[in-house]
Ligand binder design. Structure first.
Ligand SMILES: [Zn+2]
Length: 205
């Protein structure tokens, strides 16, 4: 990335920071949405709801406060030449679709073949969460996880598969409750070597 683009990114980030609304504004917006449903935000059962929803948003979207590259900063090199596949299977995640703010719930399978260094395995799950706790589309999230691991560890290859249910299509819209969406991103030897890809696919639940 060129220095100019970095500067632009920083400018955009600080712009966003300055624009961050006050908690009271968010609570007011939730009250407006409750009124839009036809209910009364002042009634007993709903009076604390705007504050609760605002706190829930902080949790749902905590990923904006995390830098996934930082999570992978510490690596280990004393691995006795280990150069086989490492797979963390079935990492449960919760996200929200950027089109409807509806939940996306699913699992991720994250694999890589190291090239001289590895990362603590819990860090792979934390990278998944850092991207999940944002407004997302599943395709982008899949690519972001794979690209971040690839950039940080410079491994021989990375494979990421996400399988998730999108509440915007199970509980509204086309109402197809039994569907899930599977996306994958294969880099390096996972993309180039059919045997590596097959080995990864064979360990999926
Ligand atoms: Zn959606």
């Amino acid at each position: 990335m060129s220095p100019t683009v970095h500067a632009l990114d920083r400018a955009r980030a600080s712009h966003t920071e300055n624009q961050k609304p006050a908690r009271s504004e968010v609570e007011a917006a939730v009250r407006t949405m409750i009124r839009w449903t036809g209910d009364n935000p002042e009634r007993d059962g709903l009076s604390e709801t705007p504050a609760r929803v605002t706190r829930a948003f902080e949790e749902f979207f905590a990923g904006y406060g995390q830098d996934p590259a930082d999570i992978l900063e510490k690596t280990f090199e004393e691995i006795e030449g280990y150069d086989e596949m490492i797979v963390l299977r079935g990492i449960r995640f919760e996200s929200h679709c950027e089109h409807h703010l509806a939940p996306i719930t699913g699992k991720a399978w994250v694999a890589y073949v190291p090239s001289g260094r590895v990362v603590g395995i819990s860090k792979l799950a934390r990278v998944v969460d850092a991207y999940a706790k944002r407004l997302q589309i599943q395709e982008k999230m899949t690519a972001q996880i794979a690209n971040t691991i690839n950039d940080a560890l410079k491994p021989q290859g990375v494979g990421v598969i996400l399988k998730a249910t999108h509440h915007c299509m199970t509980t509204r819209g086309v109402h197809k409750p039994d569907t899930d969406l599977v996306t994958s991103r294969m880099l390096g030897c996972f993309r180039d070597n059919p045997l590596t890809r097959q080995e990864f696919l064979s360990v999926l639940d």
